[in-house]
Design a protein around this ligand. Structure first.
Ligand code: FES
Length: 162
């Protein structure tokens, strides 16, 4: 088992220790959820009941907060978040094909994470560099003027390569 998979396994003892640190805070829920996500890479579903008990909330209320905040996740995410732009400028310059190719190379659909936790594939409305369309972002790095060759180069060696 690699390190990321180990990280993804919830250790409920650790969860209790983390919760305890927020017990006396006035508005603990968001910072607590953020810390759990930082520690585990996501918010394991097993943590929702202990959080609810600690702060006298129904599990559905804790879940509701997680669902409301787009940056909180209850499933593991890849080390590399790949965002393909589906904004208008990228769309008219071949963004749809780029997305299709990225899906093929990674063997993933939108919103999915590879089993080795290397990649998560997402789409975004516009990343603000329309002049370089079509664009994709991997982690913090933007790759502009994408074409099939560039996509192949970026994901060389991936299993799902199409
Ligand atoms: S539409 Fe893709 S960067 Fe703006």
């Amino acid at each position: 088992m690699d390190k990321r998979q180990e990280m993804a396994r919830p250790d409920l003892k650790r969860i209790d220790e983390i919760i305890a640190r927020y017990q006396d805070q006035k508005w603990p829920l968001i910072p607590l959820l953020q810390e759990i996500q930082q520690q585990f890479g996501y918010i394991p579903l097993e943590t929702i009941n202990p959080i609810g008990r600690a702060f006298r909330l129904f599990p559905s209320q804790v879940q509701g907060v997680i669902t409301f905040y787009e940056q909180l996740y209850t499933t593991p995410r890849g080390k590399n978040i790949v965002r393909v732009c589906r904004g208008t400028a990228c769309h008219v310059r071949g963004g749809k094909t780029i997305l299709k190719l990225v899906k093929q190379h990674l063997g993933l659909e939108e919103g999915e994470t590879s089993p080795d936790l290397e990649y998560t594939l997402e789409t975004v409305a516009c990343i603000g560099v329309c002049a370089l369309a079509p664009n994709i972002v991997i982690g913090k790095e933007t790759h502009g003027n994408m074409n099939p060759k560039k996509v192949a180069r970026l994901f060389e060696g991936r299993k799902g390569e199409g």
